[in-house]
Design a protein around this ligand. Sequence first.
Ligand SMILES: Cc1cc2nc3c(=O)[nH]c(=O)nc-3n(C[C@H](O)[C@H](O)[C@H](O)COP(=O)(O)O)c2cc1C
Length: 244
Amino acid sequence: MGNGVMPMQICVVHGSPRRGNTWQALTLVRRELLQLGAVEFTEYQVPNDMAAYCCGCYACFERGEQYCPAAAEMQPIGASMLAADAVILTSPAYVIGPSAAMKNFLDHTACLFMAHRPEPRLFGKPALVLSTAAGYGARQANAVMARCLRHWGASVIAQASIRIYAADWSQMPARKQQRLGRRLRRDARRLYAAAARPPSLTMFGRGLFVLMRSMMKSYPDGHMDKEYWRRQGWLPPVQGGSQT
Ligand SMILES: Cc1cc2nc3c(=O)[nH]c(=O)nc-3n(C[C@H](O)[C@H](O)[C@H](O)COP(=O)(O)O)c2cc1C
């Protein structure tokens, strides 16, 4: 953790291969984080680092994430997110939502949802989502990314939704660039402060956890998700013996 001894680890998944407006906004966030202390970034760009589409084979749900045909691409990103002190997801707004590449990445995290096999190392993990749109759609793109993070049990600290209203970042009026810079620096500071604290499940995460635990109880013994919850110690052991 970023405790003055070890650098703070931040995992970034950038929802576009472009070095465009979203990248520019991310650069301002990154720069501020580096001003605040020792920070290391592990960065992925989709679709470059996660090209295979979810084919809906259900292998992850029914057999395990390691059986996903895209596991070789997904596992390093997943491992980085688990190891990080904070996560940043970014996307340009495409047709009033996130890019297909970001959505595809999120599809590959379905098993991490509280309704399946949530990962306790993501519980309370601070996250920032960031989106830019020419005009309308950044909030909607952020909403999709934030919703997934919350369903993993992560804590969405800030949602930066930026309307460019210009050909690109450099064409925005200087005053607007300064205002956005201040806003992004503030979000970066909030993320940094949250990542420096021990993570704790949000109220939403706790509520969802309780709800899903009661759903898991209704599943038959041997169900993959239920047995996972049991192995985590979140459900009582099987009466009269242990279950694998
Ligand atoms: C396929 C596509 C769809 C887009 N859809 C929207 C949209 O729904 N709303 C909007 O305001 N801008 C839309 N845009 C514009 C981008 O969101 C905007 O220019 C953004 O800042 C680009 O980010 P980037 O430079 O990081 O790629 C779209 C652009 C593309 C290429």
